[in-house]
Design a protein around this ligand. Structure first.
Ligand SMILES: Nc1ncnc2c1ncn2[C@@H]1O[C@H](COP(=O)(O)OP(=O)(O)O)[C@@H](O)[C@H]1O
Ligand SMILES: O=C(O)[C@@H](O)C(=O)COP(=O)(O)O
Length: 430
């Protein structure tokens, strides 16, 4: 029976957290949306989770309208509670991706109300991927968040690095801070601080610079009904099954594969540049897609199928952005926003390519991953071999157009992974 229930605001975030939980000894399943956990049509749902210690619900709520993000997160929490979860973890991005209206604050407020808790911690730190919080400022490697490439994110440009200042306009709770000195004084000292009246109803931004700090934060909050943060905080949790096996790969070397990159992030652009001289590739042409969407997608998938026939060992790359100039910020009159068009196009490619035989898919970008996984109609994902910090293969059954296929899927956060991940990830599929 699962006791830990997590709600992730995007799909890469869900597999990121699940990968960490698996490594920490939790038998973990990613459920795609609240209905994959428990729907009224499945009264026996709790039994299906008997072998899981943790369930992570993947939502596509990071950039959804506030009311929708709140409603979906609440539903997810209720579904998790219905299958036995008693502790909850709200997973958002390690670069605190959000806008002044939300959704991190409103969702946290709603989950606090739902759990009956008064306060929680806010811990975006994830040192394994270079995200640290010191004196309340979020760093991305050597840069403050607002001086990092996240400044230019197409959907959630991050223009401040003070976590409390980012959060305050988003929440009805007071936002307070606890510094590194208190964390380094140990779990008992930190617990005493968090119990202080000053933080009684607060969202408490806690400094953490390395994994030991995160272990201290996790120890000090073990009786909290709700914690919030990036996947780093899970480094401090310990599950009951340290020697569990990860899911085995569904596909074999040589099975058709494809890389679908909708992310415009700096790391993904470097990965695209690396792959452009090593893999067959096509860039999405937004003008063609706006003209005749079906024909444009058919052209892309025909290209991929030709490449499979020619050299099955080299998974083709379909990508949206190679340079920052490729990002379209304006929406032509009467047309859908470019970001939506790109997500829809990559989702359509994924659907057609799985029908055509793709059994290994590497998807870059959180929103993009949400669109692809939803289009493939996956319900659950089982974490498999790790690829890089925060990125792993997952085995999943998909039904893009009725028939079920088991595929290997890697959902890569825009900013995660080494430069060669599009060519090297396949080697971990064993
Ligand atoms: N050429 C483009 N113009 C505008 N938006 C784009 C373009 N290419 C991709 N996008 C959008 O940028 C967003 C990238 O977000 P996401 O997939 O979450 O990547 P990341 O993980 O880097 O944040 C997606 O909504 C995607 O559709
Ligand atoms: O915490 C993180 O950085 C990731 O798990 C994450 O949320 C990634 O989001 P995207 O960059 O939008 O993929």
């Amino acid at each position: 029976m699962p006791t830990l229930g997590a709600i992730a605001d995007d799909f890469t975030g869900a597999t990121d957290l699940a990968t960490m939980l698996v490594a920490r000894g939790f038998r973990t399943v990613v459920a795609v949306g609240a209905d994959a956990v428990a729907s009224p049509a499945e009264p026996d749902a709790p039994d299906r989770w008997a072998d899981a210690d943790a369930v992570v619900v993947a939502l596509k709520s990071r950039t959804a309208p506030v009311a929708q993000a709140v409603q979906e997160s609440r539903r997810a929490l209720r579904a998790l509670r219905a299958i036995g979860c008693r502790r909850f973890y709200f997973k958002y991005c390690s670069t605190f991706d959000s806008t002044p209206r939300g959704n991190i604050g409103p969702v946290t407020d709603a989950l606090l109300a739902e759990t009956g808790e008064r306060r929680t911690v806010v811990v975006p730190s994830f040192p394994a991927t270079g995200r640290t919080v010191y004196r309340g400022r979020l760093f991305v490697h050597d840069d403050l968040l607002d001086e990092s490439p996240m400044r230019h994110h197409p959907l959630t440009p991050m223009l401040d690095s003070r976590v409390d200042r980012l959060l305050r306009p988003q929440t009805d709770h007071p936002v307070t801070r606890v510094g590194l000195d208190t964390v380094r004084a140990g779990a008992d000292r930190l617990r005493a601080e968090l119990d202080d009246e000053a933080h009684a109803d607060a969202l408490v931004v806690v400094d953490a610079v390395d994994d030991e700090d995160l272990r201290t934060v996790a120890a000090a909050t073990e009786d909290f009904g709700l914690v919030t943060g990036a996947a780093g905080l899970a480094a401090g949790l310990t599950g009951p099954h340290p020697d569990q096996a990860r899911a085995r790969a569904a596909s074999r070397p040589g099975d058709p594969g494809v890389v679908l990159a909708g992310s415009a992030s700096a790391a993904t652009r470097a990965q695209v540049a690396h792959a452009l001289v090593r893999l067959p590739h096509r860039r999405l042409d937004l003008t063609l897609l706006r003209g005749d969407f079906g024909a444009a997608v058919a052209g892309l998938t025909a290209f991929v199928r030709d490449q499979w026939a020619h050299d099955p060992a080299r998974p083709p790359l379909i990508y949206a952005v190679a340079t920052p100039e490729d990002v379209e910020t304006d929406t032509p009159a009467g047309a859908e926003p470019p970001s939506v068009l790109v997500e829809r196009a990559l989702a359509a490619c994924a659907r057609e390519l799985v029908d055509a035989g793709a059994r290994r898919l590497l998807v870059a970008g959180g929103e993009t991953s949400g669109a692809v996984v939803t289009a493939l109609r996956a319900r659950t994902l089982a974490v498999g071999a790790p690829i890089a910090p925060g990125v792993a293969w997952a085995r999943t059954e998909v039904r893009p157009s009725g028939a079920a296929h088991t595929v290997d899927l890697a959902l890569k956060s825009g900013n995660f992974g080494g430069t060669d991940i599009f060519t090297q990830a396949w080697e971990q599929l064993v």
